[in-house]
Ligand binder design. Structure first.
Ligand code: ADP
Length: 452
């Protein structure tokens, strides 16, 4: 059994993992940069180690510093959280070479899914429906033209090493294809050091729907339903909900089963998420995330399961102690990502938090490392809190969300709380009638209205 976990992360997710450890009687080790010396994850951990200066590349992304911290504290496992080193196959390999358990999938699975071309091939071979597109890398313009004619315009050129919504170019016609292809390749090379690109049909108005799975080392796999993450700005998720207002129960059961069967075939272990675009009743695979996701709490709210606990149990070699039939989906949950940003311009707003008051009451959960007197450092991602609300149905959930958002006080910095307050009063949102372009269009209309 794992006795001491080093958490190779910061902020709310470090706290989240620490909480699961504490419930399980496992010691936790926090690592932090000098900018995070006063962070909540450092205060709440059993032990902490400073691993470097503020720049992430010299601290949270430094494999040498993190492995040294694990070794001096005698940690027998590392949980990477999300972001930073969580999808770095070389890191996972190095951790295990040091005799430390990596709380996540194998390095081979991380590598397979980290390259979108091999990921798509693996998904298709395992029976997952994919967006019609090129069979692997598209190496030159002639090749691109041939595929575009086969797929049909508009097409999307995507980077094999893409991530975070970067490295995608749309071409609506052959005239646009030449430039789009060159730009996509150059951008991919510059951003990821890998110029390989592939092509897909560009779906017009899809929703983003993803399926959560849990798998152990004995081949037991369960799916925990889906999350709808269509509310996006610049391909970044802003609000997520489970279940999706767009699916009926037979679609839900069917896609869940398809994903669980595929994941079993792949021999995958730990938590994972298979992401799809959903349009006109059809699912199209876009990628698999081989880690815990930011939005995992909505799944926890509707299933009552603790995903981090399950990841730790699987890493300890335990089989899942429940079956698919025992998974019960209960009610509805919505998560709002709260960023330290201006709610109109989205300019980052780091700095001191004078007053902090988190909402509470029935069905409300807040995951955040904030406290009164804390100063949000400018060096990292701007997400500072997640508000997760649960109700017996979507209506009750929205009612609680409205109430919780009015109680939430984060004083001193600008946050996106006012944006969420506004969104959840919108009729289209209330009716669940939104796709991946809805928020961008909403924001554009708001801007044209004079910023309000
Ligand atoms: P990343 O790893 O960069 O997040 P994804 O492949 O997951 O890239 O895609 C991110 C987002 O880009 C999706 O949620 C969707 O909004 C959009 N997208 C991706 N592929 C397509 C497609 N074939 N058609 C339309 N939109 C797409």
């Amino acid at each position: 059994m794992i006795e001491k976990v080093l958490i190779a992360n910061r902020g709310e997710i470090a706290l989240r993992i620490m909480r699961a450890c504490r419930e399980m009687g496992i010691q936790s080790v926090a690592v932090h940069s000098t900018a995070d010396a006063n962070a909540m994850h450092v205060r709440l951990a059993d032990e902490s180690v400073c691993i470097g200066p503020p720049a992430a590349k010299d601290s949270y992304l430094s494999t040498a510093a993190i492995l040294s911290a694990a070794s001096i504290t005698g940690a027998d496992a590392i949980h990477p959280g999300y972001g930073f080193l969580s999808e770095n196959a070389d890191f996972a390999e190095m951790v295990e070479e040091h005799g430390i358990k990596f709380i996540g999938p194998t390095a081979d699975h991380i590598r397979l899914m980290g390259d979108k071309i091999t990921a798509k091939q693996a998904a298709r071979d395992s029976g997952i429906p994919c967006v019609p597109g090129s069979d692997g890398e598209v190496v030159d313009f002639e090749h691109a033209k041939k595929w575009a004619n086969e797929i049909g315009y508009p097409v999307l050129i995507k980077a094999a090493a893409g991530g975070g919504g970067r490295g995608m170019k749309v071409a609506k016609s052959e005239a646009e294809l030449h430039d789009a292809f060159d730009v996509a390749r150059n951008e991919a090379e510059a951003a990821f050091g890998n110029g390989a690109v592939y092509m897909e049909r560009y779906l017009d108005r899809p929703r983003h729907i993803e399926v959560q799975v849990l798998a152990d080392e004995e081949g037991n796999v369960v799916h925990l339903g889906e999350r709808d993450c269509s509310l996006q700005r610049r391909h970044q998720k802003i609000l997520e909900e489970s279940p999706s207002p767009a699916l009926n129960s037979s679609e839900r059961a069917e896609i869940g089963k398809t994903v669980a069967d595929a994941v079993r075939k792949l021999g995958y272990r730990s938590a994972g998420t298979v992401e799809f675009l959903y349009e006109n009743g059809e699912f199209f695979f876009i990628e698999m995330n081989t880690r815990l996701q930011v939005e995992h709490p909505v799944t926890e709210a509707v299933t009552g399961l603790d995903l981090v606990r399950e990841m730790i149990r699987v890493a300890s070699g335990h089989p899942l102690d429940f079956t698919q039939d025992e998974v019960r989906m209960n009610g509805h949950s919505i998560e709002c990502r709260i960023n330290a940003e201006d709610p109109f311009t989205f300019a980052p707003s780091p700095g001191p938090v004078h007053e902090y008051h988190a909402p509470g009451g029935l069905g409300v959960r807040v995951d955040s490392g904030l406290y009164s007197g804390y100063s949000v450092p400018p060096n990292y991602d701007s997400m500072i809190a997640k508000l997760i609300v649960h109700g017996r149905n979507r209506g009750e959930c929205l009612m609680r969300l409205r109430r919780a958002l009015t109680e939430f006080v984060i004083d001193g910095i600008k946050t996106t709380i006012p944006l969420h307050q506004e969104l959840i009063l919108n009729d289209e949102f209330i009716n669940g009638a939104y796709d991946i372009h809805w928020l961008e269009e909403y924001l554009k209309a708001r801007e044209a209205d004079g910023g309000k």
